[in-house]
Design a protein around this ligand. Structure first.
Ligand code: DC
Length: 235
């Protein structure tokens, strides 16, 4: 153990595809344990939305740099309320929309975006007063290769589409998208996230694979807590 790992908060990295249950499970476990939950997808979503608001094409490096600069200057994450502000605007209500997910997947391919968001992800996690569960696609492989525990959370494509549909309806009300539409969109997203050149989603060598296909939310929350206990991270 080096001095850095002795002084930093405990970090649990949770990676996995869209709809595997990461955000609902991790947020509740953190609330119950009084840990901090860092949802890194929200940062990619916010950058994608901000680029759209500023009329910047999502794949144009130099123009995106201006957006990233604005984001770095004016984004603020409130740990307690789990709200993300850019300047005075609360982006939280827009983060779970289909538009935000698509924009995020697009900007997430850009190395400039990934590099710029790295310090935000690390700072948000390392300033956690107790421990942090950090969820994303490359947390155990790139952002925190030295995490205390690495989990790769997954579920069947059908289940993930069902959960995503509910999440979209909760965020934006009734939607014209069917379960099949969402399934196709998620399959495409999986492909984009796992086949991009820059930090593709993959299972870290030392990660535990956690399949939530046959778990309800309560079971998944209890199982994750049990893993943290077994690893000696919480009592
Ligand atoms: O987890 P999510 O659905 O909110 O993520 C939105 C997009 O951002 C998704 O396409 C993958 C990307 N992402 C990423 O590339 N790396 C992360 N650490 C988090 C999200």
């Amino acid at each position: 153990m080096n001095i850095y790992s002795m002084t930093r908060p405990k970090i649990v990295a949770v990676d996995g595809p869209a709809g595997s249950g990461k955000s609902s499970i991790c947020a509740t476990v953190c609330r119950d344990l009084n840990w901090s939950y860092v949802n890194t997808g929200a940062l990619y979503r916010a950058v994608g939305l901000l680029a759209g608001d500023r009329g910047v094409p999502l794949t144009e490096g130099p123009a995106l740099s201006r957006v990233l600069h604005e984001f770095a200057e004016s984004a603020r994450w409130e740990h307690e309320s789990a709200r993300l502000f850019v300047g005075v605007e609360d982006f939280t209500p827009r983060l779970n929309t289909v538009e935000a997910g698509n924009a995020a997947s697009c900007v997430a391919k850009m190395p400039t975006v990934r590099d710029a968001l790295m310090p935000h992800q690390r700072k948000l996690s390392l300033t956690a007063p107790r421990g942090a569960i950090v969820d994303g696609r490359d947390i155990g492989t790139v952002v925190f290769p030295d995490a205390d525990l690495k989990i790769f959370m997954t579920a069947s494509l059908e289940q993930r589409a069902m959960r995503r549909l509910k999440q979209i309806e909760k965020a934006s009300g009734p939607t014209e998208f069917s379960h099949d539409d969402i399934m196709r969109a998620i399959a495409l997203r999986d492909q984009q996230d796992s086949q991009r050149d820059s930090a593709p989603m993959r299972i870290a060598d030392d990660a535990i694979v956690f399949d939530t296909s046959h778990m309800n939310l309560e079971m998944a929350i209890e199982s994750l807590k049990e893993l943290l206990r077994a690893k000696g991270l919480v009592k």
